[in-house]
Design a protein around this ligand. Structure first.
Ligand code: MSP
Length: 621
């Protein structure tokens, strides 16, 4: 038995899983299902990346322990994998003790080898990226939350392995795929590599794995995360480890190419472990033409799609539409077009034609034997070829091309039916009509088996229809004389007009010219404040000079509400103030902020909060 070990990235536990995470995991599931079909001994690993600053911050914000926070978040991923029909063999979480022990063991090995040293480093640190960044990166404007930091840390001598890594990449053409990503990494390696800061002082960040050689530090989240791939391969169990390691493929998105193709192999070299056979970086799913982003609000939620259209069509679309290695654009229009043309028209149509004709003219029984006419043999030979070609495409990770050649075959069977016209033949040559339907049913059986790693549920229904769920992927396994089973329409057409109308309705509510991003909204600082005094501004009928208290600090605000409120009735009210508004002079008096009020026509009311329940200085968001 050949082993096949495939991994997905381990996802940050904080993120809500979206279509991008779903994509990598479905791709891994599809590829491993193909390998299981050829009886490979498969290990398919996925999991969660649970340490680091962002998790600690999120847990602090909720006022819970980081591990509790992770335990609360993990089910979101587990539920989605179940709904997406993902057959993983292992689900790793970096907070598990099996992993912590391996990380510490490897750190110690690399340390003992003399590849880790201590140094004081002063530089720019990006909180969001959780790493030191260069001046150039800081200037790019892509990094938020940049701090200047000076601290003692431990560094991994990554630079020592630069030449060995370049040689390895050049000698192993499949190590980084596709080709253009390999060239990207080689380009990056033209410049001298920096050493890698692999520690964080506990004083700043305690949520991580402690360094075995200095208990004042935890290790950098990436040094921890990458090691999950050897933990799950059985690093602490020699027999298992020798069997599964090195991984056949690390499947990743292009965003984490450097960590996988530079950090990880040099870490393994230092630890004296073999490098993975392949790192495959796929492109990004865009929402239409734009990057998916929580702040823009254009992230596609896979759960909604599954609920509406079923899991198999979603898996099919994602696998068919992305050319591996390039970016792909997700739109509802393209989803429906793809569904209607490939699944409803081509595949679904072939199925209903064959089953309807068998029911109508053959008592629902599979006829005796196949069609040996020129046309029938051509279908048979193409079917045999197809099985070989699909397997080659999958070996090369060309899943979208594999699907396309299966669909071409299905289209050719539809044409074959049109040419042979068994619905007419039944009148002149019932025997030949039966043979044509037998060959078509066999083509459907083979196509369903080939598509089963992509659409496991619906293809199983087709196989059951022809009593072929136990059959194997070889031409000629359809059993004659069995009675076919009935089923509902498998791929009903989706009415694109209906969807278009819904889209229009949704779009109406959001006018492009008044849309703001979440980041823009977040920039407005809103705080609760208590009014401590208010007096009329002399010479201005509408203005009040108001003093508010926010966290024991006083500030003065000039507000145009004198016609609606008297000074006395305002005292002690808890209101909401925009605190980061640029100070302005109104009627010659300084104003430091703005009160929130609701207004319609001549009516105005301040937005107030219950003074018994609310303190000043609370943030509104
Ligand atoms: N925790 C790290 C990975 C550590 S692996 C040792 C991480 N996690 S993540 O939650 O941000 O997931 C990143 C991965 O999710 C990408 O590499 C990619 O596989 C997938 N995707 C996330 N968004 C994506 C798209 N919009 N499109 C396609 N896949 C993307 O990075």
């Amino acid at each position: 038995m050949k082993k096949f070990y495939l991994t997905t990235p381990i996802y940050y536990v904080n993120d809500k899983p979206h279509i991008g995470h779903a994509y990598t995991t479905i791709l891994a599931d599809v590829v491993t299902r193909f390998h299981r079909k050829t009886n490979d001994d498969v290990l398919f690993l996925t999991g969660l990346d649970e340490h680091g600053q962002k998790v600690q911050q999120a847990a602090d914000k909720r006022g819970v322990d980081p591990k509790v926070h992770c335990d609360d978040m993990a089910p979101r991923f587990l539920d989605l994998w179940e709904k997406l029909n993902i057959q993983y063999d292992d689900f790793i979480r970096t907070t598990e003790s099996r992993h912590i022990l391996v990380v510490q063991d490897l750190l110690q090995k690399v340390f003992d080898k003399g590849d880790i040293y201590e140094d004081e480093y002063e530089g720019l640190y990006s909180v969001s990226e959780e790493r030191f960044i260069t001046e150039k990166e800081a200037d790019s404007g892509e990094f938020k939350d940049i701090k200047k930091l000076k601290e003692k840390n431990y560094f991994f001598k990554m630079s020592k392995y630069q030449e060995a890594l370049i040689d390895h990449i050049n000698q192993n053409s499949n190590f980084i795929q596709p080709e253009h990503r390999k060239n990207e990494v080689l380009g990056f390696l033209k410049k001298p590599l920096d050493d890698l800061c692999i520690s964080r002082p506990k004083a700043r960040l305690s949520w991580g794995i402690e360094l075995p050689f200095d208990s004042n530090y935890v290790t950098y989240v990436w040094f921890d995360a990458l090691i999950n791939y050897v933990t799950a391969a059985g690093y602490s169990n020699e027999e298992k480890f020798n069997k599964y390691w090195p991984a056949d493929y690390h499947l990743i998105g292009k965003d984490i190419l450097t960590t996988h193709a530079v950090y990880w192999p040099t870490m393994l070299m230092s630890a004296g472990l073999p490098l993975p056979n392949g790192i495959f970086a796929h492109g990004w799913w865009l929402s239409g033409e734009s990057k998916m982003s929580k702040s823009v609000g254009n992230v596609v939620d896979p759960l909604g799609l599954i609920k509406e259209y079923g899991v198999d069509p979603v898996r099919y679309y994602l696998m068919r539409e992305m050319v591996l290695g390039n970016d792909a654009s997700f739109t509802m229009e393209s989803f429906i077009k793809r569904y209607n043309s490939d699944l409803a028209n081509d595949f679904g149509n072939l199925l209903s034609r064959v089953t309807n004709l068998l029911t109508k003219f053959f008592d629902g029984k599979i006829p005796k034997c196949e069609d040996n006419s020129k046309e029938g043999l051509s279908i048979k030979n193409n079917g045999i070829e197809l099985i070989k070609n699909v397997s080659t495409k999958i070996e090369k990770m060309k899943v979208n091309e594999a699907i396309e050649i299966i669909l071409q075959f299905i289209r050719s069977v539809n044409k074959y039916l049109e040419i042979m016209a068994p619905w007419k033949l039944v009148k002149s040559d019932l025997d030949l009509a039966g043979k044509v339907l037998f060959t078509s049913a066999e083509a459907l059986r083979v196509s369903s088996l080939l598509l089963s790693p992509i659409m496991p549920n619906r293809t199983l229904i087709i196989l059951k229809t022809f009593c072929a769920e136990q059959s194997s992927l070889k031409w000629g396994e359809l059993t004659p004389n069995k009675t076919i089973k009935n089923h509902d329409v498998l791929f009903p057409r989706i009415d694109i007009k209906k969807i278009k109308n819904e889209n229009v309705l949704q779009k109406k509510n959001i006018q492009p010219d008044n849309v703001i991003t979440y980041d823009q909204f977040k920039n407005i600082e809103l705080k609760t404040a208590k009014i401590v005094s208010a007096e009329k501004v002399e010479g201005a009928d509408k203005l009040l000079k108001i003093q508010v208290e926010i966290n024991n600090e006083k500030r003065q605000i000039i507000s145009g509400i004198a016609e609606h409120y008297s000074s006395e009735e305002l005292i002690n009210k808890i209101i909401i103030v925009v605190t980061n508004l640029k100070p302005a002079k109104i009627f010659g008096i300084e104003s430091y902020g703005m009160l929130l009020a609701a207004k319609k026509g001549k009516d105005l009311t301040l937005i107030t909060l219950d003074s018994e329940k609310v303190n000043t200085g609370m943030t509104i968001y």
